[in-house]
Design a protein around this ligand. Structure first.
Ligand code: SF4
Length: 76
């Protein structure tokens, strides 16, 4: 019985870890192909100082995550 419980816990942990990793990979992929329009994939985003070059300031968290109407796709 103890061994069976240990197997279930281990299996569950591996499954949860795998789901977390897959979710992260899927999110990165969707962002790379432009399905998400965030500051992070906008041509105006300055990664070095994490600011918007268009508005000359650091956008609020909601805008960083969701982008804004000025979002411009990176041309490459
Ligand atoms: S605030 Fe708008 S224009 Fe500036 S980096 Fe974010 S999405 Fe691009």
């Amino acid at each position: 019985m103890i061994r069976k419980d240990a197997e279930l816990i281990l299996t569950d942990k591996i499954r949860l870890e795998a789901m977390k990793n897959l979710s992260s990979l899927l999110t990165d992929y969707m962002m790379d192909i432009g399905m998400f329009r965030t500051c992070l994939n906008c041509a105006y985003w300055n990664e070095k100082n994490e600011t918007c070059q268009y508005y000359k300031q650091k956008p609020p968290a909601k805008v960083i995550v969701c982008g804004c109407e000025t979002h411009t796709d990176i041309p490459f």
